[in-house]
Structures are given as C-alpha cells and as structure tokens.
Ligand binder design. Sequence first.
Ligand code: B12
Length: 423
Amino acid sequence: MLALAFGVLLALAGGMVAHRCVAPHQLVSEMLQSLEDSVKEDELANPSVLLAMNLAGATGGATRKWLLQEIQEEAVKRAQKDMTSGEVALYVLALLSSCHDPQRVHALGQTLDLLRVLQQRTDEEMASLEAEGIPKTTLYSVSLDALGLCLAGVGGYQGASVVLAKQVLSPESHLSVDTRAMAALALACTYGQTDLREVRDLLWEALSAVTNGFLDEQDEGDGMIGNIYDMGLALQALGATEEFYAPRVWDCAQAFSVVYSHDYRQPMAIAQVLPALVGRSYLDAAGLDCAASARTPPSLQPSLSPKLGTTGAHRAAPITVHYSIINKLQGRHFSYTTSVQVPGGSTLLKVLQAAEKEKPDIFSFQTKQTSWGPMVVSIHGLAANAEDRTYWQFLSGGEALQEGVGTYKPRDGEHIQAIFSTY
Ligand code: B12
C-alpha cells in the first residue's frame, strides 16, 4: 500500500517536472550558423528559417532583419494571390516570433492583414473537409493554420482543431508522424484557449493518443520516432505536451541521442529540429522576448569543428544506377527502365539528368525549387497536380525514399523507381 502510494507520488512528480534535455551549446551554434549561411539574397526567404532562428535565440542582426523584411514583402505581394493556407500560416508564425503583428504587415507602401488571409484560407480548407472529407491541401497544413490562428489569438482555430482531433483518433486515417506532431502542437494551443468541456475532452483524448503513440514508437525503435526527418517535429511535440502523457515520463536523452547521431544538412531539417534542441517548440512562437534578444550581443561564432564529408576532393569511381519511371494511374500508361553511370556519391538528381541526357524523349523531367530543395514535378510530360493530389513518388526496393532527389545518394547497383501516385 505504502509502496503504491509512493509510486503514485513519484509518477505525479515525474509528470510535473519539465524534461531537462537541451543540446550542447556548440551543436546549437553550429546549427544556427548553418541556418544563417543558408540565407541567400537571390533566393526566396524561408519563414521556417526565421522562425527557428528566433526560437533558438539567434541574436545576429543583419540576416534576421533581411529575412523579416523579405517575408513582409513576400506576404504583401503573394499572400492573397497564390499562397496555400500552410504557407500563410508559416509566414504568420515567422512574424509572431519576430514580435511583428501579422494583422498589420507593412511593406512596399502597403498594409496587409495576414491573419484575415489565414482565416479565409482556413475556411477554404474546412469547406473542403466538410464537402469531401479531405482538405484542399493537407492535414499538415491545416495543423499549421490552426496553430497560427490560435497563437495569434484570433478566431477560426477551434473548428479546425476539432476536425484534426477526430482525424488523429480515426483508425482509418494513417497520418504521418510529421502530421501528427504538427496537429499535436495545434491541439495543445487550442486546449489552452478553450473552456468548452466537450472540446477539451476530445482534444485531451487526441493529444494523449498522439503523444503516447510517439513514446511507444520511441520505445520500440531505440529512440527513433518515424524517420530521422520526423524527429524534429516529434521532439517539439513531446517537449511541449508533457501533461498529456503524464504520469509517463519521456526519455528525452534517448531521443536526443538519435538526433545527435545524424548530420542534418538541409536548412529545413535543421529548422524543424533546432527549436526542440533548445527546449522550445513552435508553440513558443508568440511568447518570445524580442527586446531581450535585441539587447544581447551576437553569440554566433564560426563553427570550429570541420564539417564531415566536405573534404576529400578525389574523383569517385563511377557507379551504375537502374532507373524506372512508371505511370499506371492516369491517361496513357507507361513503364520505362534504363541504367546510367554517374560518379559515386552523386545525388539522385544526377541520375535523372544522366537518363534524360541519354534518352531525352523518354526520361525528360522537370523540378520546382521548394523549401526542401528541388522537387520533381513532372516526368515524361506527366505533371503532378495538387487538385487531383497526384505526385511523383520515389522508391528503392519497394520502400519510399526518405529524402528527395537533391539529397538522396544512390548506391552502386541500386534500382530507383519513380511511380506516379496519389497522396
Ligand atoms: C505534405 C508533404 C508532401 C506532399 C506535398 C503535397 C502538397 N501539395 O502539399 C507529397 C505527398 C507530394 C510529398 C512528397 C514527397 N515527400 Co514530402 N512531405 C510533406 C510534409 C508532411 C508537409 C510539407 C508541407 O506541407 N509543408 C508546409 C508547406 C506550407 O510548406 P511548403 O514549403 O510550401 O511545402 C512544400 C514542400 O514541403 C514540398 N515538399 C513536400 N515534400 C517534399 C519532399 C522533398 C524532397 C521536396 C524537395 C519538397 C517537398 O511540398 C509542399 C507543398 O508544396 C513534410 C513534413 C515536414 N516535416 O515538413 C514531408 C517531407 C518534406 N517529405 C519528404 C519526402 C521524403 C518526400 C518524398 C521524397 C517521398 C518519396 N519517397 O517520394 C516526395 C517528393 C518526391 C518528389 N517528387 O520530388 C521528407 C523530406 C525529407 C528530406 N530530408 O528531404 C519530409 C520531411 C517527410 C519526412 N519526415 O520524411 N510530401
């Protein structure tokens, strides 16, 4: 009896104590430096990068100022025209984290209410969910929308959160780890802002399901939740939602060590993992003390340790990669295979280029620059289309690749398939 009471006490205490994992300072400043280095004046400013820099307490002035300016200009130019709901939400989060009011975005001699745009875009997502059971874009974006509206303290997020909670709890919807993590952040924000008993109960149930699911996955996967690129958002979610899995305790050290063992290179990957490594999440975007960080002198130092893999200019031996393009989904079906030689260590993009060079009438393709790098949007004249939710999926040995063509490096003899698919 006594032992039981003691156990409960311990468990309660465990649930109340905030987790204490924070990454070593050196790693944090290296990651901040990579983010800063990724900012190029001739490229589109990335709101996720500004958001991560602010959350990690970056104090370096010029880059952040430039990013903020570009983001304001881009919002005024494009938000009402061709931004998706999720993009608008990311811009809102970036502005909030810079202590700028998204309701009054001044740039290029104009003033824009970006929250109004976000509300409109969210309404469109909700209308599609009601009519067709699927959002206009993705549930990941709807999660970003709900989070942006909730953190900004304007209406329109409760309905979205209820839908997200139901989706999370539905056995039929197989949501990716990233989507569940982003949904959890949105639901945790809404939970803190609503008094309605019924809504709170539903959100609690969904948050408990997501977070306990992550903890189970971590237990079974030696620290890994989803894949290595899911870890950033999963860690943000677990760090911000302790009350929903208490009295269970998160072994954050195990999860952090998985992240430490990977060398994140892509700015987007760093931008999603860095907030978690400093004990923060996107939920903190609206509560930062901008005045304090403006006062502190810059703490960024050039990274001292040499980056792995950047040395070694020797010419790699060529490798052979087999490459197939397959459409059994739409219009005239096709299936073609070729084998190309590229230098060892080449990215998959090089393979696609070599195939196109050898047989341009068959292996022609197009890419679009995105926040994660080049995305293949068309092959053999067949284009992906957000309206019918089609895309070119890349696989190896029947398994979907965990990186895109600009990052993935095939092995000698590997067979890569590009299959026209739906999501
Ligand atoms: C939704 C989504 C998709 C959707 C996008 C559809 C749409 N119209 O919204 C679809 C299903 C098409 C997709 C495809 C792929 N995806 Co994806 N996707 C996501 C997800 C869950 C959310 C992205 C998002 O909406 N962001 C919010 C919006 C507002 O921001 P955005 O910048 O406008 O988003 C655009 C880009 O993210 C782009 N995009 C989406 N995925 C990918 C992947 C790559 C490599 C590139 C270059 C661009 C890209 O599409 C978005 C919409 O236009 C992220 C998860 C995450 N953690 O970010 C994974 C994620 C970005 N995807 C990933 C991967 C691996 C892929 C694929 C390569 C999978 C495959 N094996 O084929 C393909 C891309 C192949 C190609 N053709 O080049 C990885 C990237 C990891 C990495 N290190 O590069 C992520 C991080 C998931 C993960 N944890 O593994 N994806």
